[in-house]
Design a protein around this ligand. Structure first.
Ligand code: ADP
Length: 278
């Protein structure tokens, strides 16, 4: 009988995991720093709306001629806008949190929508249109929702930045989710930017490779390591519209509507072919 003491090996593995979690956290904080002004603007919108509804209500009460129904409508709008502001703060707080990787059941369509809310102002200020094509009945995946959101933030911000030099009437960010087979979930983020030449394409996933003046060159290498740690793949190909299409796949953990999604290629009514100018 041979006994092996694996304590050191396990400790080394634990230290490596802690360093990786720390790196992901620092990268998220740096991304949030760059998004700060857009986020402040995003938060300002519900706050301004609350201010307007509250001021109008106070004025009508002071005049003594208020209509109770109108007042109730204003108060309901204040509740709705407060909840919108609360959602923004919750998303930022979750994204900024320093924590150990957490395995949970993740709805990828919801991750996409949460990230789009975080980036809403950034996308709008960049004059980019967003098209969402979210598969109906998409299976859930097993993973860390915040890390997957980090990948989506990296891909969408890169897409928006890539389109800055292009015709402002032609800036489209498309996010599509699909089930290429019943046990795989795929997400594609594509743009109408300039695309990339073969040399750049062969290096984009290398750490510290960047073509931007103030780029760090770590977004894509981190994204690939997150996806691979979820037993998936991330790659880039030319998009149909001439820009880049970054796709990642993840193993499906559960496929309640997978068959339906695969055989019936329906898309969610709310998102199908709906092009929104954000
Ligand atoms: P950074 O954004 O800091 O440069 P990344 O690792 O996210 O770091 O990206 C590396 C490089 O990949 C970018 O500098 C850019 O040259 C290229 N790239 C990434 N996304 C796109 C895109 N959607 N279109 C064109 N080039 C891209």
């Amino acid at each position: 009988v041979v006994f092996h003491d694996t304590t050191e090996q396990k400790q080394a593995q634990q230290r490596a995991e802690e360093r990786q979690a720390e790196l992901l956290h620092v990268s998220r904080l740096s991304t949030l720093g760059e998004m700060a002004s857009g986020l402040a603007h995003e938060l300002n919108q519900p706050l301004s709306a609350i201010m307007s509804y509250a001021s109008a209500s106070v004025r009508s009460v002071q005049r003594g001629d208020f209509d109770p129904l109108k007042l109730a409508t204003n108060l309901n709008s204040i509740v709705a806008q407060s909840s919108r502001a609360g959602d923004i703060i919750r998303r930022v707080r979750d994204f900024a949190q320093r924590r150990q990787p957490r395995l949970e059941t993740v709805d990828v369509n919801k991750c996409v929508q949460d990230v789009l809310s975080l980036l809403h102002t950034t996308i709008r200020h960049a004059g980019v249109e967003t098209a969402l094509d979210l598969a109906k009945g998409l299976p859930t995946v097993h993973g860390d929702a915040i890390q997957l959101e980090q990948v989506l933030v990296n891909l969408m911000r890169n897409a928006v930045e890539a389109m800055q030099g292009t015709d402002s009437n032609h800036r489209q960010l498309t996010v599509r989710t699909a089930t290429p087979s019943s046990d795989v979930v795929a997400v594609t983020v594509s743009d109408t930017g300039p695309g990339m030449d073969d040399k750049t394409k062969s290096r984009v996933f290398e750490p510290f490779f960047t073509t931007k003046d103030n780029g760090l060159g770590i977004g894509l290498s981190i994204s690939r390591s997150i996806i691979e740690s979820h037993r998936g793949h991330l790659w880039v190909a030319p998009s149909e519209q001439g820009g880049c299409a970054f796709t990642f796949t993840l193993p499906a953990s559960q496929s309640p509507g997978a068959e339906e999604a695969q055989h019936d290629n329906q898309r969610e009514a709310t998102s199908r072919d709906v092009w929104t100018r954000t």
